[in-house]
Structures are given as structure tokens and as C-alpha cells.
Ligand binder design. Structure first.
Ligand SMILES: NC(=O)c1ccc[n+]([C@@H]2O[C@H](COP(=O)([O-])OP(=O)(O)OC[C@H]3O[C@@H](n4cnc5c(N)ncnc54)[C@H](O)[C@@H]3O)[C@@H](O)[C@H]2O)c1
Length: 343
């Protein structure tokens, strides 16, 4: 399959799926052969714009021949679509979260293993140029992480709570940055508009292990905020990284580059000097990382199709997708015990 054009399709062409269809249509080595959506008008609109055929069912799509499919239906419908496609030997890129429960996620992972075809999970924030800039710093070995993802209510994806809808992005970033499941989870959540949580704060601890030093992660997600904020702050032995995904900036303060300044400050503080007039930001040296201009969904699709061609495991595999859902489930269970309801 190495040099062939892959026949691609999308199941569910709503808010996210329509972009997956566009990306396949725009890729030189992919052919958008079709879409499947319960809403026939929507399916027709997408094929009129981007090509391919509107199929009435996944069975019809499979019968006409397809190599790789994105599943972008609401999360509660991921498992039946995935099992049908994987069972027919079709590679799947499944939107995040992989599934609404850890049990469903494990069943999807098992179906991919049994079929021996590629399964990637659409944790697209890994492909955000801001995240790629952070990754370019190398193995960061974080000691402390602070992640905030807050927005006003959009009234979308309300089939799941804010942990599975929004915090899941950060849980996946933690899998990437810390490389293991947390040992301890403390969480609190608030449900305002329904049964599911709309705001959640969690503190997770990771004891030192072969994968890295001891680490603490504080993560906050809210879909009832007054503003939109997506930030990541990371402290390691060697540096402090502060990233803003909305402003598209990453600032890095390296310990080595500031050793003399820190030593001088320590000496002056120890001597009892009044430093209240000193502007700390004038003293420290920081770098602004360059942020590339690339579309995360396109980069994700390129990785997915490359895994389909090579037979290698995709970079965000079923194991990573399942771990994010397992941790999310644990957070929700922990928070539920002490949940506040403002309704
Ligand atoms: N990666 C991200 O940043 C991001 C952002 C938003 C949503 N998502 C994820 O994408 C998925 C879809 O979310 P959305 O906001 O696009 O939803 P949406 O409601 O806008 O679109 C879903 C589409 O799927 C169709 N559909 C529903 N059930 C179907 C089925 N069984 N078979 C075929 N079509 C079906 C609907 O008619 C609709 O067109 C969810 O898993 C969500 O978590 C990811």
C-alpha cells in the first residue's frame, strides 16, 4: 500500500467531521470516496462541496471499497461504528474521546488488535503547532504541570461532561508529557446545567519511576467560563515553560541561562536587600519559541495515513486513547463523591 492513493471516508460530518472530509479531499495522496451521516442533507452538502458519495450506511461504504475512515459521530456512537469498520479491516481515526466509557474504549482497542489494522485517536492538540514547539524542547521530564482549558458554554457535546469533552485533551497531553497513569487523583466538580459536570479541577500525582521524576499535575476545565483560555505551564529541573494556545505563544526560561541572575538575587535577598523596585522580568532571560503555521487536523491525517501505509502503530494509539478515558472516568468518580450541584 506504500505509494497508493488511499480511499478515505468520514462517518458523521457535523462540526468536526466536515473538516476531516475537507482535509482528505485536499490531500494529494488521499481520495475522499464518501461520507455517512444520519442527516442525509448534511451528507449531500459535504459531498457536493468536497466530492465522494453520500452512503446510506457503513455497510454500503465498506462494500464499495474504503481503506481509512474517520469516525466523528457523537462519542456515544463511536463503538458500534468502530467495531463494524475494524471488523471489515478498515483503518480508523476516531475523534476524541475514544469512547464514553473505559469499557467501550477497551472493546474498540480489542477490535483493532483482532483486526490488525491501524487505529488512531483524534487527540489533535498533540498536533497543535504550540504543542509541537513545546515538544521540540526534547524530553521535558516535568515536575509540575498546570493546565487550564476554559470556555463559555457552546451547548455542543453536552452528551458528555466537561471532563470527557474538554479535559480529555489535557489528559492526553499528560500521557504524552508524563508517560504514565497518575497514582493519586483528587478532584472536585460542579454540575450546573445538567447531571454531568460543567466545571472540574483535579490534582494528580505521579511518583518517581523509570519514566520520569515525581510530578504533580493541576488541571482545570470549565465550559461555563466568562472567557476562553488554553494554557499550559510546566516546571522541570531545567526550565519553566509557559504556553498560551490562544495567543499562540511559548515562553521558556532556562535554569542554565539564568544561573548567574538567580545566584545574584539569592545573595541580595539573603543580605536583606529590599528588591521591591526590581522588575523580575527585566532580570530573567527568556526565549519565545517559533510557532509554525500548520493545520493540526492535516498533520494528524498525514500521520494516520502514514501508519495505514506502513503498518506501524499510529502515534496516538488505542492504548493512549483508552488511558485518557480511564483517567477521565476515575476523575469523574472521585469528583462525584463530593460533587456540588448549583442547579
Ligand atoms: N478534536 C476536537 O477538538 C473536537 C472538537 C469537537 C468535537 N470533537 C469530537 O468529535 C465528535 C463529533 O462531535 P461534533 O461536535 O462534530 O458533533 P456534531 O453533532 O456536530 O456532528 C455529529 C454528526 O454525526 C451524525 N451522526 C450521529 N450519529 C451518527 C451515526 N450513528 N452514524 C452516522 N452519523 C451519525 C450527526 O447527524 C452529525 O452530523 C465527538 O466525538 C466529539 O467529542 C472533537
Amino acid at each position: 500500500m506504500s505509494n497508493t492513493t488511499l480511499r478515505c471516508a468520514v462517518i458523521g460530518v457535523g462540526r468536526m467531521g466536515r473538516h476531516h472530509a475537507r482535509v482528505y479531499a485536499q490531500m494529494p495522496d488521499a481520495d475522499l470516496v464518501g461520507v455517512v451521516d444520519h442527516d442525509a442533507d448534511r451528507a449531500r452538502d459535504i459531498t457536493e462541496e468536497w466530492g465522494g458519495q453520500a452512503f446510506g450506511s457503513i455497510a454500503d461504504l465498506v462494500a464499495s471499497g474504503v481503506d481509512a475512515v474517520t469516525i466523528a459521530t457523537p462519542t456515544v456512537h463511536h463503538r458500534p461504528a468502530a467495531e463494524q469498520l475494524l471488523g471489515a479491516g478498515v483503518a480508523c481515526l476516531i475523534e476524541k474521546p475514544l469512547a464514553p466509557t473505559a469499557e467501550d474504549a477497551a472493546a474498540i482497542a480489542a477490535a483493532a488488535d483482532a483486526a490488525g489494522v491501524a487505529l488512531q485517536v483524534g487527540h489533535v492538540v498533540r498536533y497543535d503547532p504550540v504543542m509541537r514547539a513545546i515538544k521540540s524542547l526534547g524530553d521535558l521530564r516535568p515536575r509540575h504541570l498546570e493546565l487550564h482549558r476554559i470556555s463559555p458554554m457552546t451547548f455542543r457535546s453536552v452528551d458528555v461532561g466537561v471532563v470527557l469533552d474538554m479535559m480529555i485533551h489535557d489528559l492526553d497531553l499528560l500521557t504524552m508529557l508524563v508517560g504514565r497513569a497518575p497514582e493519586d487523583v483528587q478532584a472536585s466538580a460542579v454540575a450546573v446545567l445538567g447531571e454531568a459536570e460543567d466545571v472540574c479541577n483535579v490534582r494528580m500525582t505521579y511518583p518517581a519511576s523509570q519514566e520520569g521524576p515525581a510530578c504533580v499535575a493541576n488541571v482545570t476545565a470549565s465550559r461555563l467560563a466568562m472567557k476562553t483560555e488554553r494554557t499550559l505551564r510546566l516546571i522541570s529541573e531545567d526550565m519553566y515553560v509557559s504556553a498560551d494556545f490562544v495567543a499562540r505563544t511559548v515562553k521558556v526560561i532556562r535554569k542554565a541561562a539564568n544561573a548567574d541572575q538567580i545566584e545574584a538575587l539569592r545573595t541580595r535577598l539573603a543580605a536583606g536587600e529590599d528588591l521591591s523596585d526590581v522588575n523580575y522580568l527585566d532580570l530573567v532571560q527568556f526565549e519565545d519559541l517559533e510557532i509554525a503555521d500548520a493545520e493540526p487536523l492535516r498533520l494528524q491525517a498525514e500521520d494516520f495515513l502514514s501508519a495505514v501505509r506502513s503498518g506501524n502503530r499510529p502515534p496516538v494509539d488505542a492504548e493512549a486513547g483508552s488511558l485518557a478515558v480511564q483517567v477521565a472516568e476515575r476523575i469523574v468518580e472521585t469528583a462525584r463523591a463530593g460533587q456540588l450541584s448549583l442547579a
